[in-house]
Design a binder for this molecule. Structure first.
Ligand code: RI2
Length: 319
């Protein structure tokens, strides 16, 4: 079934990358809804809510996933009729997929202006949107070469170097621990993100915060390329972004003997404080990280009224 297959593809990382995960979930909801043979709006809504929950539980850190699911599901939850719910689901899923692709292009246009001439760039992990920025700047003749990390343990760096190489960009492939050694040669560090919090912190692939620290030390700017649906609304309520911890086998390989008492830790992401982030480039503009709550309120539409509705606050000061 398309839904369980998609959920498995996302949790096993056959489908990976925050943007691709979000688009894949939107498409899965669209297809699942079209396949349902429910006769009532209530039954259809219940099935769709169950599907949404399954998808949201696949990978906990990338907020693009619940944001995409919420956007698509609003069409179902606000509908008055079964036919209206089916139509809104289809339209919203298609709109999300189209808008998220357009956002990557727009971010590339905006971010490319930040690249100095003859730029030497460092990137970490494999971000579709960060690579789009590098490629756009290279098309404008402003990228000399890229330092791309290996990205232990899943080695997403191999995907990055293939994409950059396909675009005709000279690449230096380095182990993750060589990032500080090469930072003096670099003009800017750029990555994507899995989540931006209300205080402007950036959650991204494990190792990002170490490189951001090196960039800060060397006074090299760190630019984050982030579609607005990668901002995490619930962090305004104090919720923390859960950091996904994956299996030990990803680190050790299968069949490797470990001494007794050794525990393998394999967090997939880390948090870079806003102090080490120079600019977040979104499809609606380039901002300092302190602008994150404004994006959440004005662009994602999560305001105090929204929270009040959701949590059904009944007591107000003065009453
Ligand atoms: P785009 C990836 O996570 C990386 O952390 C990457 O920076 C981020 O998603 C954003 O990817 P993983 O799925 O949406 O490899 O920019 O764990 O492609």
């Amino acid at each position: 079934m398309v839904l369980t297959q998609t959920a498995d593809d996302i949790s096993s990382m056959r489908v990976r990358g925050a943007g691709r995960i979000a688009r894949t979930a939107a498409r899965a909801l669209q297809e699942y809804g079209a396949s349902l043979e429910c006769n009532t709006l209530a039954a259809f809504t219940a099935e769709m809510e169950h599907a949404a929950e399954i998808l949201c539980n696949t990978r906990p850190t990338a907020v693009s996933l619940p944001n995409a699911v919420r956007y698509v599901m609003q069409g179902v939850l606000r509908a008055d009729t079964l036919e209206g719910a089916r139509q809104a689901l289809d339209e919203r899923a298609a709109a999300f997929i189209e808008d998220s692709r357009a956002a990557v292009e727009r971010i590339a246009d905006i971010a490319a202006r930040q690249f100095p001439d003859d730029a030497v760039v460092m990137t970490h992990c494999n971000s579709q949107v960060a690579i789009a920025c590098i490629v756009r700047a290279h098309e404008q003749g402003r990228v000399r070469e890229v330092y791309a990390t290996e990205v232990r343990p899943r080695n997403q760096g191999y995907i990055t170097i293939q994409m950059l190489s396909d675009a005709g960009i000279p690449v230096n492939f380095i182990v993750d621990s060589a990032a500080r050694s090469f930072m003096p040669k670099v003009d800017l560090f750029i990555t994507g993100t899995d989540a931006v919090t209300a205080n402007g912190a950036v959650v991204n692939k494990i190792g990002t915060s170490q490189i951001a620290l090196c960039a800060h030390e060397a006074r090299k700017p760190y630019i984050v390329a982030a579609e607005t649906y990668k901002f995490a609304p619930r962090t305004i309520l104090g919720e923390r972004i859960p950091i996904e911890e994956r299996s030990a086998e990803e680190v050790t390989g299968s069949g490797r003997h470990l001494p007794p008492g050794v525990t393998v830790r394999n967090p997939a992401f880390d948090v870079t404080p806003s102090a080490y982030v120079d600019l977040i480039v979104t499809e609606i503009g380039a901002f300092a990280p302190s602008y994150a709550p404004v994006v959440i309120r004005d662009h994602l539409g999560w305001d105090i009224g929204e929270f009040q509705k959701e949590y059904a606050f009944t007591h107000h000061y003065g009453e």
